[in-house]
Design a protein around this ligand. Structure first.
Ligand SMILES: Cc1cc2nc3c(=O)[nH]c(=O)nc-3n(C[C@H](O)[C@H](O)[C@H](O)COP(=O)(O)OP(=O)(O)OC[C@H]3O[C@@H](n4cnc5c(N)ncnc54)[C@H](O)[C@@H]3O)c2cc1C
Length: 239
């Protein structure tokens, strides 16, 4: 389905990373974790990649706005999003995607996010807290530095609000940060999962991020004996 809507707010959520709010069109419904194709209507400029991009909604279904978040690369699409006056008209196609939280609350969920791959998990974590879902959820969230980690404060807040939700933030270049980092360092790997989870078999695993990260996570999980049926993923093609 295709809907017309417009840009209502934009702000920074990490270094070089912005969130954009759109009015929620009447009749548009979605599940936490789903994505949409955002197409600019009559953009002042466009490039070879065209006037549309796919984004996972970072907002949760109970919230009034549709929110996307992205690293601000210098493409025509992102230049327009960043600088056009509020009210910019866009078409939203969707919702699409099957990466939504499983129903069986007896099985924990383990979310593995790389960078801006956090968007579906922010949506799912907000949804789980709002609905007081009984699922145990552990989110491993990898970034270079805390400055690069979009929505880190909100996720820390969700950890306090929802006793079933745990955040393990992981920095690969913490030493290059201006902040003191006392959390996990390096890349998300099997040893890190084993430190934070009672066992690797049992949870349903969800992976989102750039294709190279998603592939590395799949290989790691397969090597740990996790069945393919227990892995769900959203590769951010285009990164
Ligand atoms: C299911 C799904 C969900 C997604 N969710 C999100 C999300 O929540 N947030 C998000 O930020 N992104 C998401 N993406 C990715 C998003 O659709 C875009 O592909 C991404 O943001 C890059 O857009 P861009 O305008 O910066 O780059 P584009 O202009 O689209 O370029 C795409 C690629 O080509 C490269 N490139 C661009 N120009 C050149 C050039 N001149 N020469 C060589 N290489 C070039 C870029 O480095 C990039 O790797 C998602 C993708 C999918 C499929």
């Amino acid at each position: 389905m295709s809907y017309q809507t417009s840009l209502t707010r934009r702000y920074s959520v990490a270094e070089g990373t912005m969130a954009f709010h759109f009015e929620r069109p009447s009749g548009f419904d979605y599940r936490a974790g789903q994505n949409v194709l955002v197409d600019l209507v009559d953009p002042p400029e466009s490039d070879a990649q065209g006037s549309g991009r796919t984004f996972t909604l970072a907002s949760a279904p109970h919230e009034p706005d549709l929110v996307i978040a992205t690293r601000m690369r210098d493409s025509a699409f992102k230049r327009v999003l960043k600088s056009a006056p509020l009210g910019l008209r866009v078409t939203i196609d969707g919702p699409n995607g099957e990466m939504v939280l499983h129903e069986d609350a007896a099985r924990p969920a383990v979310f593995l996010a790389g960078g801006i791959g956090i968007t579906p998990f922010l949506s799912m974590a907000r949804h789980a807290a709002h609905k007081r879902l009984p699922h145990r959820i552990v989110l491993f969230y990898g970034n270079r530095r805390p400055e690069d980690a979009a929505f880190l404060d909100q996720l820390q807040g969700l950890e306090k609000a929802n006793p079933n939700f745990r955040l393990v933030a992981v920095m690969s270049e913490a030493r290059k940060s201006g902040r003191v980092w006392g959390g996990e360092e390096g890349f998300i790997d099997r040893a890190m999962l084993e430190r934070h989870l009672p066992g690797l078999e049992g949870p349903v695993y969800y992976v989102a991020g750039p294709p190279a990260m998603a592939m590395a996570m799949h290989q790691m999980l397969a090597g740990a004996g996790v069945a393919g049926d227990d892995m769900r993923s959203e590769e951010f093609y285009g990164y």
